[in-house]
Design a protein around this ligand. Sequence first.
Ligand SMILES: C[S@@+](CC[C@H](N)C(=O)[O-])C[C@H]1O[C@@H](n2cnc3c(N)ncnc32)[C@H](O)[C@@H]1O
Length: 195
Amino acid sequence: MTDDSAADLAARRGMETTVYQPAEDSRLLADAAGDHARGRTLEVGTGSGWVAERIAVETDTEVITSDYNPEACRQAHDRGLAAVRADLVAPFRAEAFDTVAFNPPYLPTDPDNEWDDRMERALSGGESGRAVIDPFLGSVGRVLRPGGVVLLLVSSLTGFETVVENAEKQGFDVETIRQESYPFETLSVLRLELP
Ligand SMILES: C[S@@+](CC[C@H](N)C(=O)[O-])C[C@H]1O[C@@H](n2cnc3c(N)ncnc32)[C@H](O)[C@@H]1O
């Protein structure tokens, strides 16, 4: 799986209706995590488990996955990953992880066009695009060990500057560690660390 081209990833995503399949954003997060993940690592919103599997194969971290979607947990489990059904980081104990990675649902969606299924939960970030990102930023600090880091995928569609500001409001130091531009969006990976 790890040598898929972006085109292969996008084609597979288009065929799937229940669980988000790896695409360019997944690959960018996995690339960043290969360099920055360490210690005990949680991938929130793991989807197919592809990012977490790459982290497990390419680093010496202990990887745990979670997702709100039970079918995603099943796909991650089928890859041999520990999978927990969870709303963001709610069930995990305080200071449990050295690294938390998340490729969140981020597409801004008109409330009249919400389609209310599991793929919507994977893609839609509500009207602002930040309906999942903001609660994540508000809760993830609790589960980080001292010196722990968050690796967060952000799209220009979601309001890059606003996400950075909201992360800073939660007390994080913010650094951009990956950035790639595509015809309709620029994808970035932020590294967040509590000072
Ligand atoms: C854009 S997909 C990313 C999937 C995978 N990590 C990847 O990069 O290919 C977002 C994932 O977050 C999950 N998700 C959405 N809201 C969530 C929440 N509140 N708690 C946990 N997972 C959530 C979705 O089910 C979906 O699997």
